[in-house]
Design a protein around this ligand. Structure first.
Ligand code: LCS
Length: 394
């Protein structure tokens, strides 16, 4: 049963999370079982044949994981979802399911490093090729299309440069050319952007970030707009084994209930910190989709319901003062990942995107001075105080 409420704030709390049918537990039970008993040989056969509903084996499906899948399907407005062990399992499953030998991919240049590396280093062994371009300029996508292009894989806002790509325009182009459009929506969460409603075929998330929100679990999800595509993705996921564990699913279900509160608060903090950083004498540049100086500010306003809580910036003098700054933070945590209740700060060129060559990083705008801040839910004055004292040491 899927619930459609007027407000996403209600959906995050209730979709897929009705009291359990056995004892009325308000929290979805953790079905920590790898396998499910059949009443008879006939029932087992019927379940395997798909003639009878019911659980078989946790790699195929599990009640706790299904509850999370239902929640996320409703939030993104898809046909159905498949939860994955990590965000990278979602990315790799999409590639494995949708790319044949010698297929070509067009992707966003400033994408999470491993989403690019896995194509270039691993899928390339099967003849797959890829062009990673600045997809915020639509002409760049058109220019590198080939007859063998099967997949347009975009991240918007992108990691870590926060470039915004026009989802509707990409959907139109993909539809005309018979290409599948996949959007990594991790940076926005389903509360700030719904790519399927803008015409994308598939949305993926690293649940490790906003959706779980507590930096205590990894996970991912693939949500498809249509049944046939969902079935294809699910089949490959189950065969390749990157599915989610019920305990993981339960933690994410606990996290998703407060998604609306966390997104609202962290975004409010980012909206204060971005212009404040931009005005600081040691800061050379700031990129935040909510600032009018952001190159795609107007597009962000149009396709997103909010500008999110990621900010990137560089200091006068390059990375050396930046290094001193991130070593000096006390309240913010120097760590990769993002979208948690706590503020995290990191240096993409030497951390999340170190696996991408310097040449490719520079083409993607991931400059050596770029520092990425994920604003959390702390009091904004405390964050300002921490950043102020850290900048003093830069
Ligand atoms: N997609 C995006 C946009 C991400 O930011 C990440 C992880 C992934 C996919 C992969 O998800 P995972 O397997 O880690 O759950 N991004 C990270 C980052 O920026 N810092 O640390 C991890």
């Amino acid at each position: 049963m899927k619930h459609h409420f007027e407000n996403q704030e209600t959906t995050v709390i209730h979709a897929g999370q009705e009291p359990d049918s056995l004892y009325g537990g308000v929290s979805v039970p953790i079905y920590q079982s790898s396998t499910f008993a059949f009443a008879s040989a006939e029932q087992g056969a019927a379940r395997f044949a798909g003639k009878e509903k019911g659980f078989i084996y946790t790699r195929i499906a599990n009640p706790t994981v299904r509850a999370l899948e239902e929640s996320l399907t409703t939030l993104e407005g898809g046909f159905d979802a498949s939860a994955t062990a990590t965000g990278m399992a979602a990315v790799s499953t999409v590639y494995a399911a949708l790319l044949d030998k010698d297929a070509h991919v067009v992707g966003t240049a400033s994408i999470y490093g491993p989403s690019r590396t896995v194509l270039e280093n691993e899928f390339s062994r099967f003849g797959v090729s890829a062009d990673f371009v600045d997809t915020s300029d639509f002409r760049n996508i058109e220019k590198c299309l080939r007859p063998t292009t099967r997949l347009l894989f975009i991240e918007t806002p992108s990691n870590p440069t926060l470039a915004i790509t026009d989802i509707k325009a990409c959907a139109r182009l993909a539809r005309d050319r018979g290409i599948t459009l996949v959007v990594d929506n991790t940076f926005s969460s389903p509360l700030l952007q719904n790519p399927l409603a803008l015409g994308a075929d598939v949305v993926i998330h690293s649940l490790t970030k906003f959706i779980n929100g507590h930096s205590d679990v990894v996970g991912g999800v693939i949500i498809a707009r249509e049944e046939a595509l969902h079935q294809r993705l699910r089949k490959v996921l189950v065969l390749m084994g990157g599915t989610m564990d019920p305990h993981q699913a339960w933690l994410v279900l606990r996290g998703v209930r407060t998604l609306a509160l966390r997104v609202e608060k962290s975004q409010k903090n980012a909206a204060v910190l971005a212009p404040w950083l931009a005005a600081h004498p040691k800061v050379r540049w700031v990129n935040y989709p909510g600032l009018e100086s952001h190159p795609q500010h107007a597009l962000a306003k149009e396709q997103m319901k909010g500008f999110g809580s990621l900010i990137c910036f560089g200091l006068h003098g390059g990375y050396e003062p930046g290094r001193k700054m991130i070593n000096a933070v006390r309240l913010c945590t120097l760590a990769v990942s993002l979208g948690g209740i706590e503020s995290l700060i990191q240096h993409p060129a030497s951390m999340t995107h170190a696996g991408v060559s310097k040449e490719h990083r520079e083409m993607a705008g991931i400059t050596d001075d770029l520092i990425r801040l994920s604003a959390g839910c702390e009091g904004v004055e405390d964050l300002q105080e921490d950043l102020r004292q850290a900048l003093d040491k830069a």
